[in-house]
Design a protein. Sequence first.
Length: 484
Amino acid sequence: MVSRVIPVDPFDLVIFGGTGDLAQRKILPALFRRFCSGQWAEGVQIIGAARTIHDRAGFQTMVAESLRTHAAAQCQDEGALRAFLDRVDYVTLDGYSNEGWDQLSDKLNQDRVRAFYFSVGPRLFGPLAERIKAHDLATPSTRIVVEKPFGHDLESARALNATLAAHFRESQIYRIDHYLGKETVQNLMAVRFGNMLFEPLWNSQYVDHIQITVAESVGIDGREEYYERAGAMRDMMQNHLMQLLCLIAMEPPAKFDPDAVRDEKSKVIRALDQVQPHHIVRGQFDGGGSGKGYSETVGNPRSTTESYVALRAHISNWRWAGTPFYLRTGKRLVARSSVINVMFKDAPHSIFGEEAGRHANVLSIRLQPNEGITLKVTIKEPGPGGMRLVDVPLDMSFAKALGSGNQDPPDAYERLVMDVIRGNQTLFMRGDEVEAAWAWTDPIIAGWHARGDVPKPYESGSTGPGDAELLMKRDGRRWQGINP
Ligand code: NAD
């Protein structure tokens, strides 16, 4: 099955920070892939805007190089590349002064969707919003896209929301969490709410517990300064894992509408209990055989920033009371793997006798790599010799089921940027959701500071600190493997 391409009307997209890493590595390649798919009408305009001095040709050369590196499959076609670059323009502009804003204004078209992508550090979000307004660049069909991190704690997130709200309506603000743009994440909603099969079982009566793992094999190279201030709790848990938790746990919204979905997600965050100190494990990778340890990487031997966190969360509502959610994320782990495992309870009684073995069903939702969903079911082991039970996976790999040949599903940024243009906020975080997530995160971090908590070391290339295994073992459970 080949995915359908629904064309969008002409638009102007301004990428503040167009020369930066995110724009060059993710946003522009995603736009190029959408262009190659034929989704755009004539006349679309992409304008890079950053402090770095470039003319249009210089920026186009930079973009061409990035596309050759990061969109290699599509870049074979030089004709398509040239046609895309024809739509790419550049303005040298400073977010803190008036330099460059009149030139930007001259390039923008009237009467079409106008999107401003803030692919810059969060300090610039406020100044950019103010200048867009001051230079009269905001039309009724203007949208702004803001990248993570959205705040450092509740107070800063509130301040940022207030600054943006002073210039834009909430319906114009798109807070990106690229995990929400993944094919599997949306499929999670399709599986839950498009089938009769799962929803009746989706509660504490049938689900023993849920595991959410976002494991990375990379370290923090190139992001040392930011990471040392953030740590895994702020960098991953407060946003990506929290969003996945919401989608897994939320009640069915009345319709697939941005506010209906986001209302239900918000309710999940508000129903979360405060995490008990003995239900949380922090870790920090040491060197092992594969390079520098964390503290050496950041140049701070006394660093107490966590590069790993595992915790047990509880949602106090009718559906989930009594079902723990185990969340873990870390750097320099054994493999890159993001997966949600819904661990169903054992059958209440085995008619085959204990010797046949007991096997609980597991629904695994893989976000990366190899996006797809697997349901582990129990069958009879083939052959004579009595009734022995084995697990077999019912596997739905999206690349195989929905791609054409070996084509991967669209990258998260492709979908999200096109959703901005279409004006669909379903996969973007609302201001109150972000604040609620910080309200849950802040006391955890404050508790670490108050207790002088020091992260447990773990070996690079491992599955994390041993205490994380104990967290599960104490409850008579164990983590599923971290497999590439
Ligand atoms: P970067 O440092 O590579 O790029 C920053 C860009 O901002 C550059 O184009 C620079 O010229 C521009 N800039 C800086 N000061 C400016 C000013 N005063 N006026 C106008 N332009 C200015 O950063 P990045 O890695 O591309 O990250 C951008 C944002 O995206 C950050 O908020 C980051 O946290 C977030 N983010 C990045 C990634 C990633 O993979 N790089 C992933 C998720 C989120």
